[in-house]
Design a protein around this ligand. Structure first.
Ligand SMILES: *[C@@H]1O[C@H](CO)[C@@H](O)[C@H](O)[C@H]1NC(C)=O
Ligand SMILES: *[C@@H]1O[C@H](CO)[C@@H](O)[C@H](O)[C@H]1NC(C)=O
Length: 440
């Protein structure tokens, strides 16, 4: 059985069991099969499901909240996956046509130990880049595609967190969660509400570049999208983000750490010869011209280049697009394909298969040492295609990639290898590590 298949089985198993189990639950899953796959460690994959604080929505309303110090695995661990979904008070999954999950973001920060976590005592701890100034600094984050996007970090890699030596003196690591959700029950224009069209929110945005038609600035926390008569005083309900985190204890495993980078197709700094990235995070796709429509060419292709500060192996990559998305791709400087990630659209009613919504993005797992090895300073090309049959506001074209640093390709350092059995009689000698593997 391939390790990936096994993992998918476990994810399916966890999803099936945690949806009915009381929360939070902890399960320890032994990957008996993990031995003999070349890493030689006893993998103790742990999985735990948590609930976010409740957020409240009524038809048309928006909730965009930042939660500090959320429930999260503690200690020095290697994160292996993060899966989430919106559920109601009974724990039932809520479909996107009722509550559109615009996005959720999970990000660590350092807070003064023992303190209440007031803003003044917080040191942000963003991922490794590429954007600056707090934009796209999350460790994990997805939108409507949450239910059907693989987040598994392939073996032997992991996202190292909770290193007790990492925080500055007097600080400790905590985790934050942002959830941006839009209640579209009874919406006069469902797609328009999910695309944050300003007219539907009765918001005017003063813009230097005039004509801001829609996007994050129009669907802020507590904003309200236009709903049909009869829904204006509609039922308020409490919702939660239920999330399942999988991890390995750092000491258990010879884990190779990976860096998280998020690329953004709106960052045109390099193409314009500027030194600092300018990630706008979202953009507008204009409806195609009648000439193009006549030629059946209603595809908006957006392309940019960004530089990775360090080289290494891309071991996981996934794109992020909104409704209308046709696919994203990431290329090396010579044009070679590093990953192509395409959206899956639902065709039903039920949660995870909502018609017309992006319910999943395909992820790439390139072979280390192959074509997806990138150089430090290499200019990568990001491509994001959207249908321009109609205008789309507030769309995104991001690539989330995990990169194992170049020097980490060497065999795992001594301390991470299995302890060898050593004896002092008749002379000092040790059973080689490869042999002690079979004695565990
Ligand atoms: C839209 O906003 C204007 C000005 O703030 C207000 O007068 C008007 O009643 C609002 N319309 C709706 C439908 O909420
Ligand atoms: C984007 O569109 C262009 C032009 O139609 C096409 O050549 C390319 O393959 C598309 N890429 C993806 C990832 O869909």
């Amino acid at each position: 059985m391939s390790p990936l298949f096994l993992v998918l089985l476990i994810i399916a198993f966890t999803a099936a069991t945690t949806s009915t189990a009381p929360l939070p639950t902890t399960q320890t899953l032994d990957l008996d099969d993990a031995r003999g796959h070349g890493h030689g460690y006893d993998q103790q994959l742990k999985s735990r499901t948590f609930l976010s604080p409740a957020f409240t929505l009524r038809p048309g309303s928006v909730s965009n909240k930042w939660y500090a110090d959320i429930a999260f695995p503690r200690g020095h661990v290697a994160l292996k996956s993060f899966n989430g979904e919106v559920v109601d008070v009974r724990g039932a999954p809520v479909p996107l046509h009722e509550t559109y999950l615009h996005h959720w973001l999970v990000e660590p920060y350092y807070a003064a130990s023992g303190g209440g976590g007031g803003q003044e005592n917080i040191i942000p701890r963003a991922n490794s880049g590429v954007c600056k100034g707090g934009a796209l600094g999350q460790y994990f984050g997805l939108g409507s595609e949450t239910r059907r996007t693989a987040t598994w970090v392939p073996d032997p890699y992991g996202i190292e967190i909770g290193d007790p030596a990492a925080p500055p003196e007097g600080y400790e690591e905590r985790w934050s969660l942002t959830v941006h959700a839009i209640d579209t029950r009874g919406a006069v224009d469902r797609l328009g509400c999910t695309e944050c069209r300003c007219v539907l929110y009765n918001v005017t945005v003063d813009e230097d570049d005039d004509g801001y038609a829609g996007g994050l600035r129009c669907c802020y926390d507590q904003a309200r999208c236009a709903v049909e008569e009869g829904f204006a005083d509609g039922e308020t309900r409490e919702l939660f983000l239920r999330y399942t985190v999988m991890w390995l204890d750092w000491s258990d495993a010879a884990v190779v750490p990976v860096r998280i980078y998020i690329l953004d197709v709106t960052d045109r700094a390099m193409l314009e010869g500027k030194s600092e990235p300018e990630c706008k995070v979202e953009y507008t796709v204009e409806a195609c011209s009648s000439e193009n429509r006549a030629r059946n060419e209603c595809v908006d292709v957006k392309v940019t280049q960004e530089v990775l500060p360090r080289g290494g192996d891309v071991v996981y990559a996934v794109g992020h697009q909104h409704t209308g998305g046709l696919g994203t791709s990431l290329h090396g400087e010579d044009g070679r394909l590093l990953c192509r990630s395409t959206p899956a659209y639902g065709d039903g009613e039920e949660a995870g298969n909502e018609a017309g919504y992006v319910v999943g993005m395909s992820a790439c797992y390139p072979e280390p040492g192959g074509a997806a090895r990138v150089r430090g300073g290499e200019a990568l090309t990001v491509v994001s295609n959207y249908s321009s049959e109609r205008q789309h506001t507030g769309v995104m074209g991001h690539f989330y990639i995990l990169v194992a640093d170049e020097q980490e390709q060497l065999p795992a350092p001594e301390k991470q290898q299995l302890p060898s059995l050593c004896f002092s009689f008749p002379v000092s000698w040790c059973v080689p590590a490869w042999l002690s593997l079979y004695q565990q």
